[in-house]
Structures are given as C-alpha cells and as structure tokens.
Design a protein around this ligand. Structure first.
Ligand code: ADP
Ligand code: GLC
Length: 497
C-alpha cells in the first residue's frame, strides 16, 4: 500500500456532508479485527463520494512509531469528566493519509497500555473519556460535523453526550449514527461506576435508557436509545439481533427501536486487498491467470509453514480471532475427519487458550498436513488468502465477516454458515445450474459443517473445471465499498436534512 502521509488536505467547500468517525481501532494504526478494517476503508470510500471525513481515535502506545513520529500537534486542553469534577488532559495529534484526517486523542493515563483493550473495569473509564474527548476536540478544532458516526460500545456514549452535556455546544447540532459491529460486546458495569466516570444526568439511567437492571448500566443500550439512527453491518444481522437467539439480551430494545435500524453490508478496500498488486504475495495474479498462479502461492505457503509441498493437495485456511463466535467448536469436532492424505489445514489466529491448544494439538498429530500458527500476522494472512483453495468461516454468529469477502477476491472458495453477513455475501453453489460462490450450511451442527466440507472436496477433487470456474467467478464479485458507501452517504444526507 502506497500511503501519502500528511499531504495538504484540500479544502472541500463543495463536500456533500461532514462526517466524524469515532471508534476504538483503525488499520494501519491498531487492528484486532474487522472493526479496524471498516474504520480504515469506509472513510476512504466516503471521500470518493465527496464527503469530508475526520476519524477520531485513541492514541494508544501500540501505534507504530512510523505513524506516531509523523503526527502533528493540533492543540490541547483540560476537560471535566467525572461526577466529582475531576478533569483530564486532552491532546490532539493529527495525521492525514490519502485525504482522510485522523485525529488522535492523547492522554497518557488512559492510553499508555500496549493494547487497546484491557478489562471492562479499566475500559469503561477509558472509553467514557475517549467519547467525551472526541466531541470536545471537534469543538476545540471548530469543526462541526453534520453526522457523528459512532462504532460499537466504545463510542456508544457519544449519542448520549450529544443530547445532554454537548447539546448547547456547536457539535450538539450534529446527528448521530451508532453502528453495531458486534452486539456481544456492550460495555456493562455497575451504575455507580458508570455514573462516576460519565457524569451523565440521572434520567439517562432510567429504563429504557442506559439502565440494564437494578444494578448495572449498559453503554450500548443507552447509545442505541439516544442515537438518531442505528446501523449494523448486514441486513440479515439487522433482523437476527431482534430475536432472542442473536439479540444478546437487547432484542426487545432493538425491536422497540427497529424504526431507526438499518443493515448496510460491509465491503473491503479493494486496493489493500488486490492479488494483482499485493506486495506480500510470492506470485501476483488476476482472474486470467489465477488457476496457475494460485498454485505457486500454495507451494510457497506450504514451504513457509512446514507442510508437505504438493500443489495437488487441497489447502483449507482459517483466519480468525479464536473465540466461540467463530464456530470453532464445530471445527474442533470434525478436525480429524477433514484432514486426509489430500487435504491440509492452515489455522491463523489468537484468542481463547482452549482453541489455541486444540489447534496446536492437531498440528502435532497431523505433522506436515496441519499448521496452527497461533499469532496475529498481517503478512501471513495475505499469503493464506492467496495460497489456500478454500476458507472456513463456520461462525455461530457473524454480523458481517470480512474474511469470506477477502477470500473471494483472492479466488479462494468460502465455506460458511448461513448467518449474518455470511448469508448475505456468499451465494451457495448450485450444482444443477453451476452458479454460486461458495459452500454453505445452516444448522449450527458439526455434521452440517462436515457435509459442507465434503461437498467442497467433491467439487475440488472430482469436478475441477467447475471449481476453477467458481474461482474466477468469485474474483469477479463486487466486494468493494462502492455500493454500501453510497448507502451510508444517502443516510447521512437524510439525517442532515
Ligand atoms: P471479526 O471482526 O469478528 O474478527 P472479520 O471477518 O470482520 O471478523 O474481520 C477479521 C479481520 O481480521 C480480517 O481482516 C482478517 O484478515 C483479520 N485477522 C483475523 N485474525 C487474524 C490474524 N491472526 N492475523 C492476521 N489477520 C487476522
Ligand atoms: C465485528 C464482527 C464482524 C464484522 C466486523 C466489521 O467484529 O464480528 O462480523 O465484519 O465487526 O464490521
């Protein structure tokens, strides 16, 4: 990726709208999952739609030095935060990359840890501070957005602050959108702790605002109630979260607010994920030479990971946070049945120790056929997307999922459970019409996953022409942000009024 850093931002007097993004992670500064990808790619796509975008992020210690050293100081001030009037330093450090302005909120007390997330007891004060400081920074910079687009629970206090403490200030004119990337994480803690750190007025804690129950407050719940609009990252997930199974105890709250809830599917940045130009790949390719060149990528991957080098073996990849959201119980249950003399599995991920250890165990048992790479590794992820034949995404729930989109773009066939965005983005292979982009199953059941893997293998090993057609077809699927960025733009314009 060729980035142009800190070039002058052209004034955009003709911009359609001014949008502030507020979220807890953003590639390439800090990323633990798909939220980081979206915070990077969507603002870039919005700039092409002629929007003015600034992204507000915490200046974590873990942000690489090569970015930190280029940041420009834009000012600082003290800000009241807590119920007892305790105030905190807010610094604003700015970086401009390819026309997107990134404003990093600096505070040593909150952001001096290595990683963005620690535990809820520490994270609640940290993100209360960050949400309020982002709005205060907008006022300080005298930049008033039309819409503040908030992401996940870490920014869920923003819609509340906008309608309370910040209502009489310039930024109080802005409308708010809260996007749910993952409803499982909500930012819940005892009411006194939340009241102390946010100093939000008492009425906000009443049902149906931020109060979760007699003892606890819930940031996500409060944000959903106060936001002008709620979005989530696929149409199917927008429906699912209104049901008991997927609703994470907020299904009734979301049904109540369903009039302002829409699903807009994620895309990926097609420059960042481009097999033709990806400098991390041993062999670049397009749809025209993918069948041959993917073999070269496969051989290089096998060599790198200590697998038996053989272009005729099927390589199945899995790139994931290792949590129970990702359907790993199903994978564990049938692991030994998928690996065979002609099939290898590559796992790249970190997370729960029980999953990390079980994948390590399978690597030990199937030496040369299985690699469990227990780590976070951006470069290896690119090489697995390119060098695998298929990618497993059997999630229990998946708000959108980006790995299946990246896989398709790299001509790697996804095997997915029909849930959330996986359902909306992967059209099941239909053997009678020879259409579709991947292999799917519905029941959250190891047998159903096994059946899908067997169907995948059947086409790979017995109908290679059809397989190769699907590879080329998948590379032609539009997984870019174009259409969805237009939908967000329409939404901003509607809110702006
Ligand atoms: P989630 O946000 O739930 O983790 P997504 O599918 O939306 O799932 O996004 C995951 C993103 O993180 C993708 O860009 C994927 O390539 C990346 N990723 C996940 N695990 C790893 C890892 N261990 N190393 C490198 N990239 C990873
Ligand atoms: C979340 C979800 C994932 C989604 C990502 C970006 O982490 O788990 O499905 O793709 O956010 O929206």
């Amino acid at each position: 990726m060729e980035e142009q850093e800190n070039q002058t931002v052209e004034a955009r007097p003709d911009a359609k709208c001014k949008i502030a993004f507020v979220g807890s992670e953003c590639y390439p500064f800090v990323k633990t999952g798909g939220l980081g990808d979206v915070m990077y790619a969507l603002p870039r796509a919005l700039i092409s739609q002629n929007c003015d975008v600034r992204v507000f992020l915490p200046k974590y210690r873990c942000i690489p030095e090569k970015y930190r050293e280029k940041m420009v100081y834009r000012g600082s001030f003290m800000m009241d935060l807590c119920q007892d009037g305790r105030s905190f330093f807010v610094g604003i450090m700015e970086l401009v990359i390819d026309g997107v302005i990134y404003d990093f909120i600096e505070n040593e007390e909150f952001f001096s840890w290595g990683n963005p997330y620690t535990d809820l007891y520490a994270d609640i004060p940290k993100y209360s501070y960050f949400s309020k400081a982002s709005l205060a920074a907008m006022n300080y910079l005298e930049w008033t957005p039309d819409v503040v687009h908030c992401h996940d629970w870490q920014a869920a206090l923003v819609p509340i602050y906008l309608k309370t403490q910040f209502a009489p200030t310039p930024v109080g004119r802005a409308k708010s959108i809260l996007t749910i990337h993952n409803l499982r994480f909500q930012g819940i803690c005892g009411i006194p702790h939340m009241k102390y750190w946010t100093n939000i007025p008492g009425f906000v804690f009443d049902y149906p605002g931020m109060k979760q129950n007699a003892d606890d407050a819930n940031m996500m719940k409060g944000g959903l109630a106060f936001a002008d609009c709620i979005t989530t990252v696929s149409k199917t997930y927008a429906g699912e979260i209104q049901t008991g199974f997927y609703g994470e105890r907020l299904d009734d709250h979301l049904r109540y607010h369903s009039g302002k809830l829409v699903g807009i599917v994620n895309g990926i940045d097609v420059e960042q994920w481009n097999s033709e130009t990806d400098s991390l790949l041993p062999a670049n390719y397009t749809a025209a030479d993918a069948i041959e060149k993917k073999k070269a990528n496969k051989l290089a991957l096998q060599e790198k990971l200590g697998l038996e080098q053989d272009e005729n073996k099927m390589v199945i990849g899995l790139i994931s946070r290792l949590t129970n959201q990702k359907g790993l119980d199903l994978v564990n249950a049938i692991f030994g049945n998928i690996v065979d003399a002609n099939t290898q599995i590559v796992v790249l991920g970190t997370g729960d120790h029980n999953y990390e250890n079980s994948f390590r165990y399978y690597e030990g048992v199937h030496k040369g056929s299985v690699c469990a790479y227990i780590s976070y590794n951006e470069a290896l992820a690119h090489q697995i997307y390119a060098g695998s034949d298929a990618l497993l995404v059997p999630s229990l729930f998946e708000p959108c999922g980006l790995t299946q989109l990246i896989a398709m773009r790299y001509g790697t066939i996804p095997i997915v459970r029909e849930t959330g965005g996986l359902k909306d983005t992967v059209q099941p292979y239909n053997e009678s019409t020879n259409e579709g982009n991947g292999f799917t199953f519905f029941d959250y059941d190891a047998g159903a996953l096994f059946d899908a893997v067997c169907r995948t293998k059947d086409v790979y090993f017995k109908e290679r022409d059809r397989w190769d057609e699907m590879v080329v077809r998948d590379m032609g699927v539009d997984v870019s942000w174009d259409k969805s960025a237009r939908e967000y733009c329409d939404l901003y314009m509607k809110l702006k009024g």
